[in-house]
Design a protein around this ligand. Structure first.
Ligand code: ZN
Length: 216
């Protein structure tokens, strides 16, 4: 079956790359995958409501996803340390560097990478020139591009949790929240074309490819 093939392939690609080398990936197991905190129609939740400005809809969802994902990753932060996660790996892509505003590449562990990511997002969201809150202000040119960057970082945060911290998530009973959040996020991104196929491919496809990955 495709699922069995995927599991075998993932184990093969995974071996020796990540120290979290359990035979079965728990997040692929049906009894965990199907658990959600709500069975609301996610397509209806992600679609642009009639009469709402598209940029406004993207902005309010960006803020909401950031708050939820920041909260979720904080709940697991004690398990994500420089020794457990020396790189910000997700699937078989280890990410070693964060590229700062000046184009400098900073070598970092997963907790540091996601700290940089969350601070970067927070700064953007509170920047009145990028995410205006006052009546009459307009969204800047390139707004969608920045939103795409934010969603790529949020997606990677969840992908890292699936890849490296799913056992702790299960132990804390948080997997229905994680599954719901991830489903909502991926559907929202698909509906509004926020992630490139190659950004999500490692989690979704059956074939592994080593491609160059931008990290911001
Ligand atoms: Zn980690």
């Amino acid at each position: 079956t495709p699922t069995a093939c995927r599991k075998t392939h993932i184990q093969y690609k995974h071996r020796g790359i990540n120290n979290n080398n359990q035979e079965e990936r728990p997040y692929l197991q049906q009894q965990y995958v199907c658990q959600r905190i709500t069975h609301t129609d996610m397509f209806a939740l992600t679609a642009l409501p009639p009469g709402v400005d598209k940029a406004e809809w993207l902005a309010s969802n960006t803020v909401a996803f950031f708050k939820h994902i920041n909260l979720f990753s904080s709940a697991l932060s004690e398990f994500c340390t420089p020794s457990t996660c020396p790189t910000a790996s997700w699937m078989y892509f280890p990410v070693y560097f964060w590229t700062d505003d000046h184009g400098r590449k900073l070598k970092c562990s997963a907790p540091l990478y996601f700290d940089y990511a969350m601070s970067y997002i927070q700064d953007l969201l509170t920047d009145e020139d990028v995410f205006p809150t006052k009546a009459g202000s307009v969204f800047p040119t390139g707004f969608v591009f920045l939103v795409q960057k934010v969603f790529l970082l949020l997606f990677r945060t969840l992908a890292h949790i699936y890849w490296s911290h799913y056992r702790e998530t299960l132990a804390m009973g948080l997997h229905p929240h994680l599954n719901t959040l991830f489903t909502h996020l991926t559907l929202f991104c698909r509906q509004h074309a926020l992630l490139e196929p190659e950004d999500t491919e490692p989690l979704c496809c059956t074939k592994g490819r080593h491609t160059h990955h931008k990290n911001t």
